[in-house]
Design a protein around this ligand. Structure first.
Ligand code: BGC
Length: 469
């Protein structure tokens, strides 16, 4: 018997998330294939290649592992370029692949969450200007109609777009994603069209399937002022929150699309979300820096003194997850954490990262915020976009050459959590003793110190339930 369990609500969805181009392999008709074949764009010129070989059927192996590991849901995406290889061409056999996948998931008891756009565009869309082209939202809508019509019997929860805000930043501001631009005007055009695309998709989904739930998945970055006393640090932190985290939410609230000095109205976007898909990985401490106008005068660093992942990509800062959840709660809609994870080939940092972030998710659920599920990124190591194979996010390790899967310790921890529908002191003591005293710091002390931190993070809420002791 564990002494204490952070128990999650009944019916909570526990899963992992994947994306078509990252796991399927053999996607040669999209913008990422073109990007991978352009010298200098991907880490060490690596290619997605076979990826995790899902297209040849290895999804079964990974999802059976997920099932055995106690998961009850999985989030994956549909590759647009497979379904619609050309403007007027549809490939029914590609739809059959996804039907089989969904049937397989049903057999395994994995509830599907299906993403309709996860970063990759068909080559023909890319050649017509991608999301900068005002016609792309209508093309996207056609594709969505085709897919939803074919798969509506198997899917309830649809994610229209994965991280449209992240996509705009990477593709049009940082330039690390195709088309590799650094151009605010192009960024604004793409953002507006993504919002239109989302709105058209949302309305189409509801027209075709009355019992569907639709929303988009937001890239949420935690931003915290470096010097609490500095009004300029607070100001620049606020600017980042607005221009990174709030972009889509504002448009869905009142139709206003705003990016720095640009603005537009997309009325059809108002009210187009049934849930919040929240994706949180890391946070920055932000300070004002006059010499960085291209970065909105912001200097960003990992929060001081916290563990950082092997390639320096992610800081283990669960307060950012708390900030993200609090942000999401303002909409009073169901919240699904559609991604969260860390790159860590040796699985040194992941166990603590996973547990510390999940404790924040538990806390939010305990306030009766509508947190309905958590999807870890990812089930198995996969192709990490411009970072190629240099980062390993899987609960399971993959050798892309041999396709051999090896279970990491984190998979065992996650299994215990999924099966207990909670985080028990026994699991943490046994599998992640390094984080035990932080998660379960001792009876009365734990209550007061935890309570103090929670009161600071969530000033307007009080706990309605303490874990059983
Ligand atoms: C993306 C995933 C990606 C993950 C880790 C998220 O922003 O949605 O596709 O693999 O981050 O880099």
């Amino acid at each position: 018997m564990p002494d204490v369990t952070y128990q999650f609500p009944e019916g909570f969805l526990w899963g992992t998330a994947t994306a078509a181009h990252q796991v399927e392999g053999g996607n040669t008709n999209n913008n990422w294939y073109a990007w991978e074949n352009t010298p200098g764009k991907i880490f060490n010129e690596q290619k997605s290649g076979l990826a995790c070989d899902w297209w040849n059927g290895r999804w079964k192996e990974d999802l059976e592992n997920a099932e055995r590991d106690g998961q009850n849901a999985h989030r994956f995406s549909i590759e647009w370029s497979r379904i619609q290889p050309g403007p007027n061409r549809w490939d029914e056999s590609a739809l059959d692949f996804y039907k089989d996948l969904l049937k397989g998931m049903r057999r395994m008891g994995l509830a599907p969450v299906v993403t309709l756009h996860h970063f990759s565009d068909p080559l023909w869309i890319y050649e017509m200007g991608g999301w900068e082209n005002d016609k792309t939202p209508e093309f996207f809508e056609q594709f969505v109609r085709k897919v939803v019509d074919a798969l509506k019997g198997e899917v309830k929860i649809w994610v229209t777009l994965n991280e449209p805000n992240g996509l705009v930043i990477n593709s049009y501001i940082d330039g690390c994603f195709p088309p590799g631009k650094k151009d605010f005007r192009a960024a604004f055009a793409a953002l507006t069209n993504l919002i239109r695309g989302h709105a058209l998709a949302y309305h189409a989904i509801h027209e075709i399937q009355t019992d569907a739930m639709a929303g988009y998945a937001l890239y949420y970055r935690g931003f915290f002022p470096k010097r609490d006393w500095s009004p300029l640090d607070h100001w620049v932190t606020g600017m980042l929150k607005k221009n990174v985290n709030d972009l889509f939410a504002t448009a869905i609230h009142d139709g206003q699309v705003k990016l720095i000095i640009f603005n537009a109205l997309v009325k059809e976007a108002i009210g187009t979300q049934d849930f919040i898909g929240l994706q949180y990985y890391s946070s920055d401490e932000v300070s004002f820096n006059l010499s960085k106008p291209g970065e909105l005068f912001a200097n960003r660093e990992h929060p001081k003194g916290v563990p950082v992942s092997p390639t320096g990509f992610i800081a283990d800062f669960p307060q950012g997850m708390a900030q993200a959840l609090k942000w999401a709660h303002q909409f009073r809609l169901p919240i699904y954490v559609t991604e969260n994870g860390v790159e860590d080939a040796e699985d040194q940092m992941r166990p603590a990262y996973l547990l510390r972030h999940l404790r924040e998710v538990w806390l939010a659920a305990n306030f009766n915020w509508q947190v309905k599920g958590y999807f870890h990124w990812s089930q198995v190591d996969n192709f990490e976009w411009e970072r190629g194979w240099s980062q390993r996010f899987g609960l399971w390790e993959l050798d892309p050459k041999t396709q051999k899967r090896t279970r990491r310790k984190s998979a065992e921890i996650y299994e215990a959590i999924c099966k207990e529908n909670g985080i028990s002191s026994e699991t943490v003591r046994r599998l992640a003793p390094e984080v035990f005293s932080e998660l379960f710091p001792g009876k009365f002390n734990s209550m007061t110190s935890l309570q103090k931190r929670q009161d600071k993070t969530y000033p307007n809420y009080t706990l309605n339930k303490w874990p059983k002791i």
